[in-house]
Design a protein around this ligand. Structure first.
Ligand code: TPP
Ligand code: MG
Length: 568
């Protein structure tokens, strides 16, 4: 057996049943179907990387992404950078020029080590056929162990034709994560449990690490045990059913006018102890580090011990979120929380009132008018048909904020995917394709701006060809909204580039033999959504939205000039 086939056999051993690839590594793809591995042939490597990302987030399995050397390899940088920052395990395989031609300016030869230095946890070139299995296992372990992330294996084209020696020693399946569920020492757990029980106004903040660890059930059990309110970050959205009386919604950069979180901010300001679970405490998740007063104490659970204490000094619980919370739960019981009933009542009353206030504001905003549909109306309509297991993927820009603020998780562990690693435009649609491949039973939606969708609308052809049924809702405001509004807000001026020309996205969809409809007035949206879902093909609903609509970002709560331009 040659190394190309040994690679397919090795991937199959790890449970890999699809790869995101446009033909590469060539001879591996030729034999992959024999090993039960389907090739997801994207149109661009950028988008293929975003598909891999969405797949890995939902499946909690490693995603395998492959590309040719040089120009194709360079297009993997943006998705790997997103995965690096968002802690998503992706194995990127680069088939590069022959080792016999190394450093001779071979066709498309490039320094891939330097290329991936900033966005890969681990990069190796393999050139000994007897070590292929060793390197494959090492690569997968580096991607899935500890804080998950992308890794790169570089395989020279002549190496791919060499005779391989398959290692009989290697039989383990490593393609899922978390790979190891590490826990802090018992004394740390006892110390944290005692602090939680003694706190007068504790708060849990659940980040994306809760989903990576499959720890949502444990978050909810702890919350219910102590009547502790739960706020999530954007990436942690869905850690708790957002209809629960103990759910505060998404805290961070979008707690302005219209959000229910706006009225619940005091739970952060007044908390005497905050349990941070799987969150980077980044700018978006902490409203630029303004949520908590200096005297707040923290306990921080994170698989990456270097994250603990980055922005807030904390009692350190370095470990897997699920296993660590389970250890805390094993130490605590209801009677450890003397104020439980009173706390529950206080939180439930506040969350019920905040939700009512948000609805009142949404009613005031209304559905919009002909040619200027309000995104809030679209969110309410979509929210009404979402089933608990359905998935919504948001593009960067306002789409992320509309999803975080106005859609509601309907189960513990519900998924809303947002490219919050780097917040790059274009990810929403291909990420949704990856999510659908990971969870075929779900209805999967992509909410995208017209600017962002243009980065990846070529993947409509791939979605149709590969029969990946997702529905894209395009917020067609004909502007780079966040950019233009931000410039106007802070600088009272905008540059020409943020006014876009008219584009008929429904026609683009139909040109790819997908479902495509234009919606111009609010009442057209619900029936169009119904038709899009009924149609067996992937679909696009191109909605002409109000170019004045802004999500409730914190920055719009300040008067212009008060916030820094850096907040853009
Ligand atoms: C790849 C990339 N390029 C540029 C940006 C900067 N940026 C952030 S939001 C935005 C405007 C996006 O417009 P659109 O997708 O139409 O969404 P809208 O805000 O109008 O809803 C831009 C250009 C980015 N985040 N990512
Ligand atoms: Mg736009």
């Amino acid at each position: 057996m040659i190394t190309s086939e040994a690679l397919a056999a090795g991937l199959a051993r790890h449970g890999v049943d699809l790869t995101f690839s446009q033909c590469f590594p060539v001879r591996t793809q030729h034999v992959a179907p024999k090993y039960g591995i389907r090739q997801i042939g994207f149109r661009t490597e950028n988008a293929g990387g975003a598909m891999a990302d969405g797949y890995a987030r939902v499946a909690r399995r490693i995603a395998v992404l492959a590309a040719q050397s040089g120009p194709a390899a360079t297009l993997l940088v943006p998705p790997l950078a997103e995965a690096f920052k968002a802690s998503v395990p992706i194995l990127a395989i680069i088939e590069e020029s022959a080792k016999a031609e190394a450093d001779r300016n071979a066709f498309q030869e490039f320094d891939h080590f330097a290329l991936y230095a900033s966005c890969s946890k681990w990069t190796r070139r393999v050139d000994r056929p007897d070590r292929l299995d060793d390197y494959l296992d090492m690569a997968i372990v580096h991607a899935t162990a500890g804080r998950p992330g992308p890794v790169v294996l570089i395989l020279p084209s002549d190496f791919m034709g060499e005779e391989a020696a398959i290692s009989a020693r290697r039989t383990t399946k490593l393609g899922h994560y978390p790979l190891d569920r590490l826990v802090p020492t018992p004394d740390r757990i006892r110390e944290a449990a005692a602090a939680l029980a003694a706190a007068q106004r504790p708060l849990i903040v659940a980040g994306g690490g809760v989903h990576s660890s499959d720890a949502a059930a444990e978050v909810v059990r702890l919350s219910e045990l102590g009547a502790i309110p739960v706020a999530t970050t954007n990436m942690g959205k869905g850690a708790i059913d957002e209809r629960s009386p103990l759910s505060l919604g998404v805290f961070g950069n979008c707690m302005g006018h219209g959000s229910s979180a706006q009225h619940l901010r005091s739970f952060a300001a007044e908390a005497d102890l905050v349990l941070l679970v799987g969150t980077r405490t980044n700018a978006n998740g902490t409203a630029n580090w303004t949520l908590f007063p200096p005297e707040t104490r923290f306990i921080q659970v994170d698989i990456d011990s270097c994250e603990i204490g980055r922005n807030y000094e904390a009692l350190r619980l370095a470990g897997d979120a699920k296993a660590t919370l389970a250890a805390l739960l094993a130490t605590l019981s209801e009677k450890d929380f003397p104020n439980r009933a009173a706390s529950y009542e206080r939180v439930a009353k506040a969350t019920a009132e905040a939700r009512e206030q948000s609805i009142t504001i949404l009613d005031e905003i209304g559905p919009g008018r002909q040619g200027a549909v309000r995104p809030e109306h679209l969110m309410r309509t979509l929210d009404a048909i979402l089933r608990p297991e359905d998935i919504v993927c948001a593009d960067a820009s306002y789409s992320t904020n509309w999803v975080s603020t106005f859609l509601h998780a309907r189960m513990t562990g519900a998924r809303f995917l947002e490219p919050r690693g780097l917040a790059g435009l274009g990810w929403g649609f291909p990420m949704a394709m990856g999510a659908k491949l990971a969870r075929p039973s779900a209805n999967v939606f992509a909410l995208v701006g017209d600017g962002g969708f243009a980065h990846c609308w070529s993947e409509l052809e791939a979605a149709r060809r590969l029969n990946v049924k997702v529905v894209a809702i395009v917020l067609n405001n004909q502007i780079l909204g966040y950019q233009k509004h931000g410039e106007e807000w802070f600088l009272h001026h905008h540059s020409d580039a943020s006014d876009l020309g008219p584009v008929d996205h429904a026609a683009i969809a139909r040109a790819c033999d997908c479902f495509g409809e234009r919606v111009s007035s609010p009442q057209e949206f619900a029936p169009a959504l119904e038709r899009a879902l009924k149609d067996k093909r992937p679909g696009v609903i191109d909605v002409m939205t109000d170019d004045e609509a802004r999500p409730p970002l914190n920055q719009y709560m300040f008067r212009p000039g008060q916030a820094a331009v850096g907040d853009l």
